[in-house]
Design a protein around this ligand. Sequence first.
Ligand SMILES: Cc1cc2nc3c(=O)[nH]c(=O)nc-3n(C[C@H](O)[C@H](O)[C@H](O)COP(=O)(O)O)c2cc1C
Ligand SMILES: Nc1ncnc2c1ncn2[C@@H]1O[C@H](COP(=O)(O)OP(=O)(O)OP(=O)(O)O)[C@@H](O)[C@H]1O
Length: 337
Amino acid sequence: MRVFRGLPNAESRAPCALTIGNFDGVHRGHQALLARVRAAADARGLPVCVMTFEPHPREFFNPAGAPPRIAMLRDKLEALRMNGVDRVVVEHFNHTFASQTPDAFVERIIVNGLHARWVMIGDDFRYGAKRAGDFASLQAAGAQHGFEVEQMATVADPSGARISSSGVRASLIAGDLDAARSALGRDYAISGHVVHGLKLGRDLGFPTLNLPIAHKRPALSGIFIVRVHGIGPEPLPGVASLGLRPTVDDSGRVLLEVHLLDWHGNAYGKLVRVEFLKKLRDEEKFVDLETLTAAIARDVAHAREYFAALGVATGGTDAAPGSRTTGFSTSATDRIR
Ligand SMILES: Cc1cc2nc3c(=O)[nH]c(=O)nc-3n(C[C@H](O)[C@H](O)[C@H](O)COP(=O)(O)O)c2cc1C
Ligand SMILES: Nc1ncnc2c1ncn2[C@@H]1O[C@H](COP(=O)(O)OP(=O)(O)OP(=O)(O)O)[C@@H](O)[C@H]1O
């Protein structure tokens, strides 16, 4: 998959099947849409191209009031890649982009910029300044410029509700990982590079992998049972804190910290993916480090019970995590889903 910041240059502008949107979370509605684009592209011998925006248009129009992100760009790109996308154009959403007329949008972006031969849009798609362009006007433009337009039928959950990024976001804010999982079709996950932390965790008996994350305000926060990919060949069980760590830090910086059960080693610099399996509690500001340590010990005990119930061995007691190298067998990993 190739990623372009802004419209591709002339050599990279081969004809394509195109869809456009924010794709925050790449949920099951997006996945169905991308599968349809893939099929249409294959039938025509075209690559699949997605145009998406950075920042999110709502962040541009209302920086303070925009909802928190489900996924930052790295995770969005990975999800698009997993869904068969060949090219992603990450368009900088700014005033110039937002104020194009619908006709200018079609000519500059769809026709000359991306050479789209086939375009899929959702049922709520609007384009151009003041959201003036819609399905009917895009179809008319397609007839004029020589591209086909198809509209995606709504993908709903079993209760009939439309699967949406807003719905996933609401589930994450509520800490309802089961609801997020069913709309996403996979566990909610965040990836990042492991960096050096305060090194306080090892003194507390719970060393952590620290991942600075680009989310200024993540939709999800609290303490979680997690599974971590990217350290070894198998995913590793752990507990994680996603938030501000009010007991030890007043920087206001959001951090994802993971204590792996029964693992120690050097993971600095590695790119890891943390899958959130179950929320244990909200983050708290404790009066001292002893109370914090006792709370983390309880979190770890809960995580061990959780993994034991799934048949994933995680070793023994936790005052001082040792060097046991236990983890998920492939079958146990499957059972976690
Ligand atoms: C399972 C778990 C739960 C945590 N809970 C909290 C919490 O409720 N409040 C808090 O301020 N920090 C919490 N933390 C973060 C710790 O303060 C942090 O891991 C510790 O200070 C070590 O930081 P360091 O990795 O920068 O050395 C938690 C960490 C873990 C792994
Ligand atoms: N449940 C769904 N069924 C079918 N198409 C969908 C569904 N959800 C989103 N789409 C389509 O996927 C494309 C990208 O959607 P986009 O991320 O811009 O909006 P969204 O998922 O509806 O998010 P939000 O909830 O923030 O409005 C659009 O064409 C949109 O109409």
